[in-house]
Design a protein around this ligand. Structure first.
Ligand code: C2E
Ligand code: MG
Ligand code: MG
Ligand code: MG
Length: 288
């Protein structure tokens, strides 16, 4: 009965599309409910200095637990929020919450930066800089403790406007990282013009580092390029001690990944920082 909606003989496709459309409408309705019923929260994943093992900062990651208890991945719902035009308000909520937490940590004496992901749509938002300033003022977080992560693709969508916006953001003292570096349309010509501080090497290059010498060469090249442009390098998705050792020996400055720490609630984060000595995880010698 796959063909029940067919008149023209396209039934197979029509029905699949109908189901897709129904699922999509349901997801959109659930997201509207989620906003009303406050089903979103933030978790935090530590970002570690690969030389000292110190926690330099944490990345805020959005979580959605539906009313039925199921978790939905941000990779699945953020693009939908973007298309629904809701990402600017959700993004503002994320930034305000993230700055609020970070400001508490700084007041308690933790020297931590908070990294917040911004979507392409947010970068095009005309009042972005004012919105960010408002979050800092409302929470009392010093600008130097905030880093914004954007993908290359979103920065290059309207590149001149992006550069202008990011320059204003940087002028406030906020840091900027290129997220998922190496997977978008990386244009080296733009890299020198984008006002960024950090390249975050995508997990795709870290995943098979141990097996694939091409990935080693790519990471080495990215790191050398970044350092020659005075940029810092963070590696994402470190899951094994060998990956950690390789990335450290290739010159990556900082690292993030399940091996070092998973994303966690703010209560767990403070406990983690107090009780875990990450330096113990750091490799002593360079592997060869
Ligand atoms: P991202 O910014 O590149 O974040 C890193 C993702 O990798 C996170 O997935 C994190 O949980 C995951 N990860 C970290 N270490 C490891 C590891 O060792 N192994 C593996 N397999 N994964 C690791 P998550 O939280 O599911 O987020 C997925 C993406 O959704 C993020 O990628 C980001 O693009 C987007 N996202 C998350 N929160 C927000 C937000 O507040 N705003 C926006 N605009 N996007 C967000
Ligand atoms: Mg990110
Ligand atoms: Mg990333
Ligand atoms: Mg990524």
């Amino acid at each position: 009965h796959r063909c029940k909606s067919t008149d023209q003989g396209f039934g197979f496709f029509t029905e699949d599309l109908t189901i897709q459309t129904q699922n999509r409408v349901r997801l959109e309705n659930q997201l509207r409910q989620a906003l009303l019923h406050k089903e979103f929260h933030l978790v935090f994943q530590p970002r570690i200095d690969l030389t000292t093992g110190q926690v330099k900062g944490v990345e805020a990651l959005l979580r959605w637990v539906r009313s039925d208890g199921k978790m939905v991945s941000p990779a699945d719902f953020i693009p939908v929020l973007e298309e629904m035009g809701l990402i600017t308000s959700v993004g503002e909520w994320v930034l305000l919450r993230a700055c609020h937490y970070a400001s508490q940590w700084v007041k308690q004496g933790y020297n931590l930066e908070i990294s917040v992901n911004l979507s392409a749509r947010q970068l095009k938002q005309p009042k972005l800089v004012e919105m960010i300033e408002r979050c800092l003022t409302l929470t009392g977080l010093p600008a130097e403790h905030l880093e914004l992560e954007l993908t290359e693709t979103s920065m290059l969508e309207e590149v001149e406007y992006s550069i202008e916006q990011l320059q204003k953001v940087r002028a406030l003292g906020i840091k900027i990282a290129i997220d998922d570096f190496g997977t978008g349309y990386s244009s080296l010509a733009y890299l020198k013009r984008l006002p960024v501080n950090t390249l975050k090497i995508d997990r795709a290059f870290v995943k098979e580092l141990e097996q694939d010498s091409n990935d080693i060469n790519i990471v080495r090249a990215i790191t050398q390029l970044a350092h020659s442009l005075q940029l810092s390098v963070t590696a994402e998705g470190i899951e094994t001690p060998r990956q950690l050792a390789l990335l450290k020996s290739l010159g990556c400055n900082e690292g993030q990944g399940f091996l070092l720490a998973k994303p966690m609630t703010e209560v767990d984060l403070l406990h983690h920082i107090k009780h875990f000595d990450m330096a113990l995880l750091m490799p002593v010698d360079s592997p060869d």
